[in-house]
Design a protein around this ligand. Sequence first.
Ligand SMILES: NC(=O)CC[C@H](N)C(=O)O
Length: 356
Amino acid sequence: MKAYLKLDTGDSFEGEMIGASLPASGEVVFTTSMTGYQEMSTDPSYAGQILVFCYPLIGNYGVNREDNESLDTAVAGVIVGETWEDGGETGSRSFSEQLKEAGVPGLNGIDTRALVKTIRKYPTVKGCITSDPEAPGWKEETKELLVEQVSVKTPAHYSNDGPHVILVDYGYKKSILHALLKRGCAVTAVPYTFSYDQIQALSPDGILFSNGPGDPADLAGEFMKIRRLAKMWPAFGICLGHQLLALAFGGGTKKQQNGHRGSNHPVKEMLTGKVHITSQNHGYVVTEDNLAKNGMVVTFRNVNDGTVEGLSHSGLPISSVQFHPEAHPGPSDTDYLFDEFVDQMTQSGGTRYAKA
Ligand SMILES: NC(=O)CC[C@H](N)C(=O)O
């Protein structure tokens, strides 16, 4: 079936509908990752977004039972140059079957190079997938809090012998949970709406603020709680969690001209000068504002554009990164950051750091 991607820029692209035959709308973003379509399409940080794959052939190794990053396909829609309908050797089914089951539409046969050249002229491009050639283009709908859609509704506990991590869930990727479980941590994923007192009642040894979708500034109601929690227990933030920690400690955030979405973003560790290749997926970035006054030091910077990629507190065990140390998809150069977080929890022995 013929279908269209209509952008708020006035541009329109014609392709063939794959996945669910349903309309979808959202911010249109692109990823340069050559692999990992299964992990990316199920990463809750992509909720509300239509994801364009720059790599021309998508679906060629199918999808399997292990690599979903969440229970649901998270993206609003996908755009591909050429798709492959078979399951592939390791796959139990095809990518478009998975999309169909999740009620997510996609477009095949799009000139993704031309599309990316169009959308990268603007910091934000909204669009819709529709089979109706007469349909009007993108229309702004009521702004919903995307985190609300992806955060767990009740706490989920994973027992283990090691330190107890409270995973504050703004839309966590399964591989973050696995990185903690692999290191022996017990983990409780809690709804992001959990209060300081509710989290304290769970006797944490450390707090992890997860990745997640949307504009971090929309979560201003979280900043005070995050600051109190991070001052009390060892804290680690990943992607949205990093942005929220920065906002809670005097930093700012802004939309990037083009987001960082891909598996080969170089970041420099400021202390050692060492460069790591990282997996990234974000459209906003931290600005330094009053971070230094609040004791926060920039620990990593992006080699391409110099943007802030990591923070640490000078006196407390608080750290965060904009990139994804759990990778999946992507290189695991920065996997060691989970070891550092676990060391901080075991060294502190559950010690509290500040009066809340
Ligand atoms: N992966 C993430 O956590 C994304 C963070 C945020 N939604 C952004 O786009 O910048």
